[in-house]
Write a protein that binds this ligand. Sequence first.
Ligand code: ZN
Ligand code: ZN
Length: 221
Amino acid sequence: MNYSDLKEKLRSLSKDDFLSKADLHIHSKYSDGALYPEEIVKITKEKNYKLISITDHNTVSGYLKTNVLRNDFVIPGIEFDCWHKGVLVHILGYGIDIHNDHIKTLCVRNKNCVKSFGLRFMFTTLSAKEAIKTIKEAGGVAVLAHPACYWAVSLETLFRELKEIGLDGVECYYLYIGFLKNLLKFHSEKLVIDLAEKYNFIKTGGSDNHSTTFDFEKYTF
Ligand SMILES: [Zn+2]
Ligand SMILES: [Zn+2]
């Protein structure tokens, strides 16, 4: 699927889709998740998901070392740790070519940011501009993960600046209950959605699941 087709597909997904059928933010054992990619595919298929993405931290090894992309409901993904003007941000890349040299280079630069849960920020020197540029060079769509979690005085300024450097979307439907996510939630979901609409971002969603269970029924976004 090319860049514009993927953008259209992502734009076509609604909040309801992200409540039950689509999960575009899942971690596998290739970063700090609990399941192998094949297990994630098996479970989500059993639960009748229509679209998923495994977005390991700073690595595409989960795709390179397995055959999960043969399932047409898996979109290749990644989550980069990077900085934007002193704010640590996570940028998701969807639909990237996992063999792209620019992606490989960033994964090597951030190779110490694959596991080390909670401390990864200490090891990244990547900028959001580089991450977004690279995702797009690899044919992908760049999305800001869990936007309510960033220590930015003005979320609007952050959104505007990231838009200017090519960000395509923001993760609007997200559970702020995981490790530190509830403590580090500085902005409301409503503000995130309002600003996403104001700046015409694609609105995506995901569980950020690192565990062995997928209980979307409980999610309330
Ligand atoms: Zn993240
Ligand atoms: Zn994540």
